[in-house]
Ligand binder design. Sequence first.
Ligand SMILES: Cc1ncc(COP(=O)(O)O)c(C=O)c1O
Length: 371
Amino acid sequence: MTRPFNLSAGPAILPPAVLTRTAAAIGELAIPGDDSLESRLSILEISHRSKSFDGIHHAAMDLCHDVLGIPRTHKVLFLQGGASTQFAMVPMNLRQADKAACYVDTGVWAAKAISESKLFGETKVIASSGPKHDHIPAMPGADAYAGASYVHLTSNNTIFGTEWEQLPALEGDVPLVVDLSSNIGSRPMGIENVALGYAGAQKNLGPSGVTVVFIREDLVERRGVGPVPTMLRYATHVAEDSLYNTPNTFGILVLHHVLEWMRDNGGVAGIAAINARKAAALYELLDASALYRAHAKPGSRSRMNVTWTLGGATDAEAATKRFLSSAEKAGFSGLKGHRLVGGCRASIYNAFPEAGVTALVEFMREFERTA
Ligand SMILES: Cc1ncc(COP(=O)(O)O)c(C=O)c1O
């Protein structure tokens, strides 16, 4: 049986070469040039303090700079607790006395970040795409966020399928904090404007359980307003090089493999060109269709999560059910839209092949023709 096309929003598809390398490392690490005993053991059973793991850990950090374009002025961290823990760590650590935290609300994940911020103090929503969240709002001028502790936004809205074209360069001395979970490394987007960024690895970078965080060095010593538990301080993890406690050693190995795969496949710029073609093929189909309706407006459309409804059908719900069940039978896994918005979603992250998009477009055309 051929492998299904994996369109899951996350945990998501990984490059086949990464799966093969990872499977081998579960048997025996076998790191070239490493003659230590650990190198002859499984990645699942070696110490995070071993020389073998240290090499993987630091190589992965270097690749975050060299492949993802994270500036060398920023410290890269591999943390746990997902992006959701960052929703709390950001306000706990970066909030300054009497300075509001500013947020752009572009949907479910942004709203969760906003709720966490409210636990710690004044939180201003300076722009919103609600209630439909079908577009990215215009970035307000500097007056809206002058004197703020920071401005937070979500670069790609996994659930609604909208995406910032470019990450804004803020005016004044206000740090930009970005949740990059679902489009990190997918194209050049102004990552150099980000003072603190974070991404759960499970979409474009690896498996769940490791969160890539990067923080500009001058922000590390910010202490927040109230007491912050040791484990939740950026300064703790920076001081210990992400080895304060036992990290997700397996997740970091897979992240390392993914970053090498990206480097060997044209880097972010090369992958971006393929991602642009993949997304264009799907949106072209949706815009030309009498059955499917793209959720996101042109100019705000995600190249990672393409969302649509079967708006042209008389009974949209029944048609969606039929569509999803035929898609499953045809080998397309994970097309069901998020439970909060319904409809369909194709998550076409970096590792999703262009041939898979071609096959999906053909399937959707045929479904519409025979519907
Ligand atoms: C944009 C975005 N932010 C945050 C999250 C939450 O991530 P985690 O489950 O790693 O906490 C997700 C999960 O899908 C996401 O898509």
